[in-house]
Design a protein around this ligand. Structure first.
Ligand code: HEM
Length: 374
């Protein structure tokens, strides 16, 4: 099994040796910051339409991408995110409290990160609680299928998920819910290119907001908890000054990427990092490679307070830059604040070391910690 340090260290080695590396599994893996920026900014050459499946808006290029992006962005406006913060905090507070009450031994990923990420996203979208369990099981199956590159299971699990969402849309229609019920209902009333949005588009948007992102948020919480346990001095500092958290969280996740890859396909022959790449070739962006590139980040694997934050590609760049970043940042700040506020210390358990996640998952499969309640 690959360890996390292996996964990230292997990318570091490949970035320095090859810059861009070809393999059967990933096509052309792009690891240097400058090359990743070339891919992100030149969407005409590096298309996001990587499969026949509808993927709104992540798997689209302009002009199709543009109107969807326009309707999606307001869903993550500062006002919407601020409105959601109190209930998100309540959720984080009660999950951390329950975890600490159960035992001084906590497994952060299973007991906090995953339930927090799934529950928060369901709450944000106005989904019933049973969807949370469905999402969780779907995520486990889907990650396994991706690892095993089992196309049949992947297609089947996508269908199950689509069925679950379609049922929920039907319920809302039966109940004649208006657009103000919640964000899912609002989406059902959107117009795209002067026509009503289609169900398959709604399902695809919601799949993008949940299926992919819950795993990324959960991985991020696990990575932050791991970092805090590994750096007791930083834990102290951050516990005494929450205003440092927004910078600190982005820097922690620059060092250890929660999201490992995104894909593109070339539309024409192109030179990338000194490699001549033909048309219709698969491209994989390895975010950890770019964000740990010593050409851009001096002493890249160590935390520094003086980084140029505009270079951090945690949330991407260009036309596909993460629209959900304001929501993700708020959720991660709230989760970290609750972990710190309700404890005096978070320490590793020498008998149960953290278990690194297996690529393509980022971060950790489990982070067992010993906790001291505040
Ligand atoms: C720590 C959490 C997150 C990280 C690290 C992250 C990172 C990213 C990155 C790097 C991209 C660009 C992908 C590319 O260029 O191909 C992206 C796109 C996207 N993200 Fe996030 N994301 C996070 C959370 C979220 C959340 C919570 C949502 C929504 C609920 C969200 C919605 C999206 C969407 C819709 C896109 C595609 C945008 C487009 O194609 O125009 N993300 N994300």
């Amino acid at each position: 099994m690959k360890t996390t340090s292996d996964q990230y260290a292997e990318i570091d080695r490949d970035r320095e040796e090859y810059g861009v590396k070809h393999s059967e599994q990933l096509g052309w893996a792009v690891m240097r910051h400058a090359d990743v920026m070339q891919v992100l900014l030149d969407w005409q050459t590096f298309s996001s339409v990587v499969s026949n499946r509808l993927s709104v808006p992540a798997g689209m290029d302009p002009p199709a991408h543009t109107p969807f992006r326009k309707i999606i962005e307001p869903y993550f406006s500062p006002a919407r995110v601020a409105e959601f913060e109190p209930s998100c905090r309540q959720l984080a507070h009660s999950l951390v409290k329950k975890m600490l009450e159960r035992s001084e031994h906590a497994e952060i990923v299973g007991e906090f990160a995953r339930p927090f990420a799934a529950h928060a996203q369901c709450d944000y979208l106005g989904w019933p609680n049973y969807m949370e369990e469905g999402l969780h099981r779907w995520g486990v199956r889907n990650r396994k299928a991706i690892r095993e590159q089992n196309r049949e299971t992947l297609v089947k699990s996508a269908e199950v998920f689509e069925y679950l969402i379609a049922e929920m849309l039907d319920d809302r229609r039966r109940e004649r819910s208006g657009p103000d019920r919640d964000l899912t209902s609002r989406l059902m009333f959107e117009q795209v290119n002067d026509r009503q949005i289609k169900d398959e588009e709604i399902v695809s948007i919601l799949r993008n907001w949940t299926a992919g992102e819950i795993g990324t948020i959960a991985a991020a919480v696990g990575i932050i908890a791991h970092f805090l346990a590994a750096h007791p001095d930083m834990q102290e500092l951050l516990r005494s000054d929450f205003s440092k958290l927004p910078y600190a969280i982005d820097e922690i996740l620059r060092i250890t990427a929660p999201l490992t890859t995104n894909r593109r396909v070339t539309t024409r022959a192109v030179n990338l990092g000194g490699h001549e790449i033909g048309a219709k070739e698969r491209i994989t962006i390895l975010w950890a490679g770019a964000n740990r590139d010593p050409r851009v980040f001096e002493d890249p694997v160590n935390f520094r307070w003086d980084r140029d934050t505009t270079k951090n590609l945690l949330y991407g760049a260009g036309i596909h830059v993460c629209p959900g970043a304001p929501l993700a940042r708020m959720e991660l700040i709230v989760a970290t604040e609750e972990l710190l506020a309700q404890t005096k210390s978070l320490r590793f358990n020498p008998e149960r070391p953290p278990v690194p996640a297996e690529f393509p998952d980022g971060g950790f499969a489990s982070v067992p910690l010993m906790t001291e309640r505040a």
